[in-house]
Design a protein around this ligand. Structure first.
Ligand SMILES: C[S@@+](CC[C@H](N)C(=O)[O-])C[C@H]1O[C@@H](n2cnc3c(N)ncnc32)[C@H](O)[C@@H]1O
Length: 291
């Protein structure tokens, strides 16, 4: 349909704006999804709830979604998953606290052999657009619910590559995403948002992880978000499971995100080494010198 023949939506304003020409994620989004997601955002009735989202908010969400999905794709290549089109369904992305699920939509459109489980506890969101997305299933669930663990465990047991993705997770939800990755995940892509809100002792169902961080940042004259990301990175285990699989982890600062909170915590479970050196029968000794 001709843009002049229909009401302009937010996506049209984003497409025509200056930022779309200069921002790497937006440019890529419009190039890569011109006939898919962009068209749906422009024309699909199921996507009409995105029509009046402020274009500034839409731009920000798009950059975050594209940024997260590009990292997932890169990590998948390192896991060794075939990205060949015929291989269907061997990656399952869990978009934890998905909101309206733009990250899920971009993931479904970009990662060829994947399906997506989008989890959020908010019942009131208009999720009609997901009717146009066959690869996405929305689960109205609390991220702390054991049922989320069960879904991930089932995916893992059925041989899928499990991706735990959390975009702009507030407070303790970032710790929870790391916990889910440590139990079931192969890849973690997490962009933390605000620090843990400190509450009185009897109101702390999730414990005290992250408490005192704002004070520490002030004392150190450090950036509190940067410090929060470093604490979360340190919280990602270095090895996982009974196989003691090594984890590669890092912080990615993404300058193309239209947000000051532009860091991703990225982790990938690597193949366990077949046996430790000493079990292979080789001599393995520590030399302690007493000088
Ligand atoms: C800052 S938004 C992030 C939304 C989305 N990832 C995005 O980038 O647009 C936080 C979302 O987390 C959801 N949320 C907050 N606490 C939750 C919980 N315990 N379980 C599941 N969802 C939760 C809210 O409903 C909200 O949609």
């Amino acid at each position: 349909m001709d843009a002049r023949a229909r009401a302009r939506r937010s996506i049209d304003h984003v497409a025509d704006g200056e930022t779309a020409a200069v921002n790497a994620h937006l440019r890529r989004f419009f190039e890569r999804h011109a006939n898919g997601l962009v068209k749906k955002l422009r024309e699909d009735d199921n996507y009409s709830s995105w029509a009046r989202v402020k274009s500034k908010a839409l731009k920000k969400e798009l950059t975050e979604a594209v940024g997260a999905c590009e990292i997932i794709e890169r990590e998948l290549e390192r896991v060794g998953t075939s990205m060949v089109e015929e291989v269907v369904g061997d990656v399952r992305v869990f978009d934890v606290c998905c909101g309206k699920g733009m990250t899920s939509c971009v993931a479904a459109a970009s990662i060829v052999n994947c399906d997506v489980i989008a989890v959020d506890r908010d019942k009131r969101m208009n999720m009609k657009h997901l009717a146009s997305e066959q690869k996405i299933t929305f689960k109205e669930m609390d991220a702390y619910d054991e049922a989320v663990d069960e879904m991930m465990r089932d995916a893992k047991l059925s041989g899928k590559v499990v991706v735990v993705c959390g975009v702009h997770l507030c407070g303790d939800l970032s710790r929870r995403a790391i916990e889910l990755f440590a139990r079931w995940g192969d890849i973690l892509v997490l962009s933390p948002c605000c620090l843990v809100r400190e509450v009185r002792a009897w109101k702390r169902p999730c414990g005290e992880f992250g408490y005192g961080l704002a004070r520490a940042a002030r004392r150190l004259e450090a950036d509190s978000h940067d410090l929060w990301c470093k604490l979360l990175l340190a919280h990602v285990p270095t090895h996982l499971g009974s196989e003691f699989a090594p984890v590669s982890k890092r912080i990615v600062v993404d300058d193309a995100l239209l947000s000051e909170k532009n860091r991703f915590i990225v982790a990938r479970r690597e193949r366990p080494r077949s046996a430790c050196v000493s079990c292979d029968g080789e001599e393995f000794s520590w030399k302690v010198t007493n000088k």
